[in-house]
Design a protein around this ligand. Structure first.
Ligand code: ATR
Length: 262
């Protein structure tokens, strides 16, 4: 029988994970089946238990269950501990293992664009779970300076305080969105503004060379402003494929090339 995988979320219909994992499987010659599982909001734990009890090999976890998945795991990778969220689950020696591949997915997507990360200064807009998950992998990839800007300054300050010790080789700072200025190699929009159709206005004094929008397939005023300045841009499809490839490689021991699936 083929190995069984699934993505669990609520809602789940929109998930692109099954098509991605089936494409990776075809490319690498691995026999697997990957399905979508809709769990009720209070039914996450029961659902994953049933999946692994039936011999499932691995699960991806999406909104709104990543923090619950983190809390359920017996064994966590370093980056999952720092993210306080898990998007990749598997069973080993009877223990539930959890990892978070979102940040490495972003790093791989940026590197596939040939945008340099080594020794760079980056501005991340937003201070929610999306930002928490990417800071450590970005620093591991060589980023030296990260400013986190948020509408609610206290949330950015809290995140910086939480993450500081995990990335001693980089400097982290918090600013409020309205006091945004300075010069950066790359700006990443990690807010949910584009997802909810809100505008994000960047000050003219803010300078940057590249712009990455974590959302994808939505109008983005952030990307519009970067494009109007003639700056290279990209949106979150590459990150989505990148995190899927990283999960695939954890489960199957083989890492397909991101560039083959963009
Ligand atoms: P996620 O887990 O996707 O990061 P989240 O934890 O809800 O989601 O965080 C959403 C982020 O988008 C927050 O940083 C939020 O700013 P606040 O902390 O001030 O709420 C930011 N955000 C959402 N809508 C925004 C908007 N219209 N303008 C600016 N920031 C916005």
């Amino acid at each position: 029988m083929s190995k069984q995988f699934a993505v669990i979320g609520h809602p789940i219909e929109q998930s692109r994970s099954p098509e991605l994992h089936h494409a990776f499987a075809q490319k690498t010659g691995i026999d697997l089946h990957y399905s979508k599982r809709l769990a009720p909001l209070d039914g996450f734990e029961a659902n994953i238990k049933a999946f692994f009890a039936q011999g499932g090999s691995g699960m991806n976890v999406t909104v709104p269950f990543k923090e619950q998945a983190f809390a359920q795991c017996h064994v966590l990778t370093e980056r999952a501990k720092i993210a306080k969220a898990v998007n990749t689950l598997w069973m080993q020696d009877g223990k539930l293992h959890g990892d978070n591949t979102d940040g490495q997915g972003l790093v791989d997507a940026i590197q596939a664009l040939n945008w340099n990360l080594d020794n760079t200064a980056i501005l991340i807009i937003g201070a929610g779970g999306a930002t928490r998950g990417v800071v450590y992998p970005l620093v591991q990839a060589g980023v030296k300076n990260i400013v986190i800007a948020n509408r609610t300054l206290a949330r950015a300050e809290q995140l910086v305080a939480d993450l500081k010790d995990a990335v001693p080789q980089a400097t982290l700072a918090a600013v409020s969105l309205e006091h945004l200025s300075g010069e950066f190699d790359l700006v990443i929009n990690a807010t949910s503004a584009s997802l909810s159709g809100d505008a994000l206005v960047l000050p003219e004094t803010l300078q940057f060379k590249y712009a990455y929008e974590m959302a994808y397939g939505k109008p983005s005023s952030f990307l519009d402003q970067a494009k109007a300045r003639g700056i290279p841009t990209s949106e979150g499809y590459g990150m989505l494929v990148g995190q899927a490839i990283e999960s695939f490689s954890i489960w199957n021991g083989i890492k397909p090339s991101l560039k083959d699936f963009l």
